[in-house]
Design a protein around this ligand. Sequence first.
Ligand code: BGC
Length: 749
Amino acid sequence: MKVKKYLWAVLPLALTLAGCKSGGAEDTTKPVYLDTTKDIEERVEDALQRMTLTEKINVIHAQSKFSSAGVKRLGLPDFWTDDGPHGVRPDVLWDEWEQAGQTNDSCVAFPALTCLAATWNPDLSRLYGHSLGEEALYRNKNMILGPGVNIYRTPLGGRNFEYLGEDPYLSSRMVVPYVQGMQALGVASCVKHYCLNNDEEYRHQVNVIVSDRALHEIYLPAFEAAVKEGHAWGIMGAYNLYKDQHNCHNQYTLNQILKTDWGFDGVVVSDWGGTHDLDQAVKNGLDMEFGTWTDGLTMGATNAYENYYLSRQYERAINEGQYGTEELDDKVRRVLRLFFRTNMNKERPYGALCSDAHYEAAQQIAQEGIVLLRNEGNVLPIDISNAKRILVVGENAIKMMTVGGGSSSLKAQHEISPLQGLQDRLGGSVEVDYARGYVGDVGGNYNGVTTGQDLNDSRSPEELIAEAVEKAAGADYVVIFGGLNKSDYQDCEGHDRKTMDLPYNQDDLIVALAQANPKTIYVNISGNAVTMPWKDQVPAIVQGWFIGSEAGRALASVLVGDVNPSGKLPFTWPKSLQEVGAHALDAFPGVWREGTGIIDEEYKEGIYVGYRWADKNQTNPTFAFGHGLSYTTFEINNLRADKKATTDGNISFTVNVTNTGDREGSEVVQLYISDVECSVERPVKELKAFQKVKLAAGESRDVTLSINGRALSFWDEESNDWKAEAGEFKALVGNASDNLPCEVSFTLK
Ligand code: BGC
C-alpha cells in the first residue's frame, strides 16, 4: 500500500526527469550552455511540496566532510562538493581530513589564481573553469569550492596566492568566465570567501570595520560580477565577522546585499566551521552548513552532523514552534535548484580527468601568466645556441609545490619541477648543473598526500652559498629559483606571513650569485610580493607563481624564449610594508576587543588599496600594478574617444598598438579613468578596461576599449548607490599603471 502511494507521488517528478536527454555525447572541448530556467523552477516546487520536514532538514547540512544528503525517496542523490580552486582535491575519508586512499583521484594541478589573473586574459579564465569543471565531473563532484576572489590587501596575506589580485575590475573580469566555463558543464562554482576575508591568521576572530565606499568599490565588485554576470550557483560565506556578525550568517552581506540587492538565487554555503549560531543561521541567509565542529564531540565523530545547527536543532525548533517554515523552504528551494542545475541535470557530459587538453590548458595559462619583471641588457631569453653550461640554483627549482598551502593542496598526477623543465628542454645540448643554494622547508606532506621527496640537506647556509658561487663562476647563466613555498606562515592557509622578506637567507645567496655571474636570473616562486633589496644588482627577474603540473615546462619555455612572456602583475609590488596602506596606517591585523576574543580590524586605508595607495602617496613601488615586460617592444599611441561628451558614460576609446620589435608578442592595453573633479576624494586613477592583443613583429593594430557609467562612478554613501558626477574625466592608456603615455579628456554631462 505504502509503496503504491510512493509511486504515485514520485511519478510526475520521474516523468519530468525522464524528459531530459541523457548526456555524454557533447563535444567537451566547447562550453555547453544549459537551459536552467523555467523547467527547473517547476521541478523545484514539485520536489519541495513532496518533501517531509526531516527530508528538508537533511539537505541543508553536511553528512560527511564534503557531501550532503539528497532525498533518496525522490531520486535525488547525495550532493558532492570539493576544493577548488586550482584542481580537484583528492578524496578524504568520510569523516576525517586524512586521505581516503583512492587511486583515481590524482588530478591536473592548474596554476594558482594569481597566475591566472596575471594572464589578463578572460578567455583563459573560461578555459580554466571549463577544464577544472571537466575534472570535477569525472570525479563526480557537483560543486567546486572556488574561485577565491578576496582582494589582495597586504603582501602578508597567507592566501593571496589563491586569489585574483588587488584590483576589483581585473578580478571581476577574470572571475566571470571562470564561473561560466565551469557551470556550462553543470558543475557549480562556489565563489569564496564572501566577504572581507583578507586576514588568515585571525580569520575566525576578525571583525572588519570598513567604509561602505571601500566595501562596494574594492571588496565586493568581484563577488557582484560573479553573481550578476557569471550567475554563480554557489557562494561561500567567510569565517570573519562584519558588523559583529559572522559572514556565514550575516544580515547585511547575505540577506541584504547578496540576495536582495544582487538577486542571488543560488546557495550560500558556510565555510567549513563558519557557522556559530542557530538563530542567525536560520535567519541571516545561510543555506547549507558544512564543516561545523559540534557540541563537545571530537571533530569527525560519526554522528556529529546530526548536531549541526541546521540539523536536528533546527528541526526541533520548528517542531516546537520557534520558527515557521518560511526560511527553511527558501533554503531548500535554493538547494533543490542547485541539485537540478548540477547532479540532476542529465545533459551533463561525463567529464575527463588528466586529459591532454587539460595539461595543455594548464601550460598555456602558466605561460601567459609568468611575468617578466626586469630584463636589463636583455639577459633573457637564454641564448641556448651559445650557452654551454647553465647553473640552476635553489630549493624551489626542485620542490613540489602542489602539495601544501591548505585546502587548495592537490594530489597532482605529475608536477614538472623547474629544474626538470630546463633539463628536458635543453636536452643534451646545454649542460644543466644544479646547486641547492638554500634549504627552506623540507617537509612535503599535507593531509596524508606526500611528495615523496627527500629534501634534507644538513649543510650550513655558508656552505650552500659557497658551493653555488663556485659553480656560478664558469656558467653562461645562473638561474635561481627562490621565493616562498606552501608551508605555514608562507603562502599558506591558516596563517599570514610574518614578514615581507624572503626567507631562508635567500637575499645573501642572490647577492652572492649576482656578484659571481653577470648573467644571473632570479625566478621568484610565490603568490605574494617579497622585498628585493638587491633588485638593481640582478639583471633579470621573473615572477613564476605556483603554476602547478606543468610548472617546469612553462618556465623553461619562457626562459629560453620559446614563449614570449606577456603576463602583467595583478598587484602592486611594494618596496616594503610601509608602502602598503594597511601597514602604513597600522591597520593590520587590528586591535583585540577586551575580553571578547574578537579583533576589530579597521580598514583605515579605505579605498586606497594597492596602486590606489601607491598613486596617492607616490610610493614608487618596486614593480607597479599591471607591469610586465616582453622580449619584443610595443608602442601605444594615438588615443581617441568616440565622443567628447557623454550623458550615460557609454564611451569608446581607440588606441593604436604597434609591435616595434622583431618577434611576435602579446601586449595588454590598459585603460584607467581619472575623475578630474569630484565632490568626494577619488583615486588618482582606476583600471576600467583592458585587452590583450597578439601582434606579429612590426604589426600595428587599433584596439577599442569601451566603458559605461559604472566606470565613472563612486559609491555614494548618502544615497547608498553608485553615482557618477557630471564634469571632466580623463582616460589614460598604456601598458602598466606606471606607464600610461596616452591621455584623452571627456565630459560627463
Ligand atoms: C577553507 C575553504 C575550503 C574549506 C573546505 C576551509 O578551511 O577556508 O576555502 O573550501 O576549508 O576545505
